[in-house]
Design a protein around this ligand. Structure first.
Ligand SMILES: Nc1nc2c(c(=O)[nH]1)N[C@H]1C(S)=C(S)[C@@H](COP(=O)(O)O)O[C@H]1N2
Ligand SMILES: [Mo]
Length: 340
């Protein structure tokens, strides 16, 4: 590789696109055209022949890989939910930007096997090629970090989405995917991985994407926590808001997900007074899980349906004021039987 001056990658216009509402999440695998796009700094136009991935930092043997080098590893697939945490400045606002996709690429561990990690490395930094203006500030790269141990066991380098090459918007030619983590950690247009012993000091790991943690006995002044592992969450897909139901049996169904899968979903048909345990499917790899509950409406009038997920650690979806707050659907029941 030539060591010439670094020409900044040309950047196209920013894109923010969120096509689907919860009741539109009808397929298990979200079609690529319906996958949200978050490129707030802009979409880099990468010349794949000149593109390189550097692996550096606390390693004995730094690496520089071309796209052809990446393609030499046998291709793997990863089914995983893909969720945007929402505006980092509004951590308690639920946006429900959720999809479920199939990534094609390789486990990060395949690449790290070649570098020999030095003692003390605890975080993996990932840099994207986008640069420009974000929230009134100038940034020269999108840089994120994730815990190294979990990156070694879980992280994926993706060059395909749902069986087709990654589009420019989704991170061409290569992106990081941290399954079970909020989408912000899955750095697109990946150019550099660095193993480090502390957090990077950029905008996206300091001022942004750190949730406030309330004061506690251990931390009297309170603190902050990186937006990493996905909190338990669920949405009802059907029935949809405003739908008219009769008193025939209906299937209430939807999706539930969490960092390391959901162990229980409960559904209420009376606005939260009583909860019933829904039937819950197993995740395929790191995908979301389908839940369903059959219900025979009895009384005419509006009914408020909600679902709430519990993850493997026993953490339950909160009612409100949270990114993963419970979603509700009001339906209109018109009963035929037993009415005058
Ligand atoms: N380089 C880079 N990677 C990025 C971002 C970004 O702005 N720049 N946005 C992140 C955020 S906030 C999300 S939610 C996901 C969105 O991925 P998608 O557009 O492919 O759906 O990419 C993440 N990776
Ligand atoms: Mo996001």
């Amino acid at each position: 590789m030539s060591e010439g001056a670094h020409t900044p990658t040309p950047i196209g216009a920013p894109v923010r696109r969120f096509p689907l509402r919860p009741h539109q999440l009808v397929s298990d695998i979200t079609p690529t055209a319906d996958v949200f796009v978050l490129a707030p700094i802009g979409v880099p136009r990468v010349d794949v022949a000149a593109w390189r991935l550097e692996v550096a930092g606390l390693v004995e043997r730094p690496l520089t890989l071309s796209f052809d080098d990446i393609l030499q590893f046998p291709k793997q697939e990863l089914r995983a939910f893909h969720q945007c945490a929402g505006d980092p400045r509004r951590p308690t606002f639920a946006t429900r930007r959720i999809t479920n996709v199939i990534w094609g690429g390789i486990d990060l561990a395949r690449v790290l096997a070649g570098v020999t990690i030095k003692p003390g490395a605890s975080l993996l930094w990932a840099s994207g090629l986008d640069h420009g203006e974000y929230a009134g500030q100038t940034v020269d790269a999108y840089v994120k970090d994730v815990p190294l141990d979990e990156a070694i066991s879980d992280a994926f380098l993706a060059y395909e989405l749902n069986g087709a090459p990654l589009s420019a918007e989704h991170g061409f030619p290569l992106r990081l995917v941290m399954p079970g983590y909020y989408g912000t950690n899955s750095v697109k247009w990946l150019s550099r991985l660095e193993l480090a012993d502390g957090r990077p000091q950029g905008l996206f790991t300091t001022k942004l994407y750190n949730d406030p943690v309330p004061p506690s006995a251990e931390q009297p002044a309170g603190g902050s926590r990186p937006v990493w592992r996905t909190a338990p969450e669920s949405v009802i897909v059907s029935p949809q808001p405003g739908q008219q139901l009769s008193d025939d049996e209906v299937q209430i169904w939807g999706w539930a997900w969490a960092h390391r899968s959901v162990r229980q979903v409960e559904v209420t048909i009376d606005g939260g007074r009583t909860w019933r345990i829904a039937t819950l499917g197993q995740p395929s790899q790191r995908s979301w899980q389908r839940f369903h509950l059959s219900w025979i409406p009895e009384e005419s009038g509006p009914a408020v349906l909600m679902s709430r997920a519990t993850d493997l650690n026993g953490e339950v979806q909160p009612q409100e004021n949270a990114r993963n707050a419970i979603y509700n659907v009001t339906v209109d029941v018109v009963a035929k039987k037993g009415e005058g």
